[in-house]
Write a protein that binds this ligand. Sequence first.
Ligand SMILES: [Zn+2]
Length: 394
Amino acid sequence: MTARLTALLCVVTALVGACTSDGTIIGAARAVDTTVAESPSASSIAPTSSTSTSTSSTTSTRPPAVTAGLAVVPPGGAPVYEEDRDEPAFTIHEGILLGFDDRVGGFLEVVATCNQTLWVRAREVEVIPKARGAGPTGQADLARATIVIDPGHGDRDWGGVGPTGLAEKEVNLDVADRVRALLRSSHDVDWATGMISPGVAVPAAAAVWLTRSPEGPNNGDYELGLAYRSHIANSAGADVFVSIHVNTVPTADPIQPGSEVFYATSVPGSDRLASLIHEELIRGFQVFSVDWKGGLILGARARVDPGTDTDYYGILRRANMPAVIVEGAYISEPEEEALMRTAEFREAYAAAVYRGIVRFLTTPESGEKINDPEVFTSDAGTPNTSACGVPRQP
Ligand SMILES: [Zn+2]
């Protein structure tokens, strides 16, 4: 908590300029006059053209110095710097995404995977400028859309665990990877049946990012803080932010799948996005004959903290764009856990999220049901990142 607060304070302080005004926030940047950091001369320290395998850059002309966006750690890793230190603290692992919204000379201020503020050299990462975004109504040309998919949990944070030991973190990552694959290609969609096939009617999205990806350390099994996850979506300039999960501890025995989708109350459009994804999940999962478990509330829903009247879930509270948390089914139930081991279920989960995102961005449809936010007084548990370690390049 202390580390997160400190990191947050520094971000806030940096926004008002005090973090850099005394020139001591980062020793490695002391030699650079921040007042000229954005002058044309800064272009000499701007990143060179992309050499990585990322396919998500959409701009052909790049400003002299990008001040907000994503930094992709390239093959071989990248040195990261702490405040007031001239020497790199360590080399962060290749394949990790870092969001930044400040730049001092050739250095980018990033939020690292355990929520801490660190710095990287722009020339030592692949810099992706922040996308402009479609705005809160979410009406967008899919071909220009930026989408961030967040596989919940990772590493020692397993999330829910099934009766035979299947970990939620593993299911989430595979489903998210499948959503990314769908969004990166064009398709035809039969909206009457939900069938997705190769075609050109629905174009590929301009950019799709996973907060935790198989290209990262340990094949994508690494830990992320909640602030980091939202910061990636905000820094990417995402039009849509979807966090993928599966559920535990059902309270009802519904006829239909017990899928739940939570929306961010602070960003208009999040409720519509949640409703559309929920509708598609119910449709997509009905091909499976399972004794579904679930809860009492059907449709899109939200939880607010009674003390602050803001979103209970930190990942939604911090998001600047339409954002949802998807709980596809119940991993704690033997039949549903068995289903989650199959490629068919994972693909159906991903296809439903894909169709929901496409409908959200390209139609004014609202889906079947949007529930009002509930005051939530229980403690669903906040991940403790005090023992979280940023993956290092071996
Ligand atoms: Zn979860």
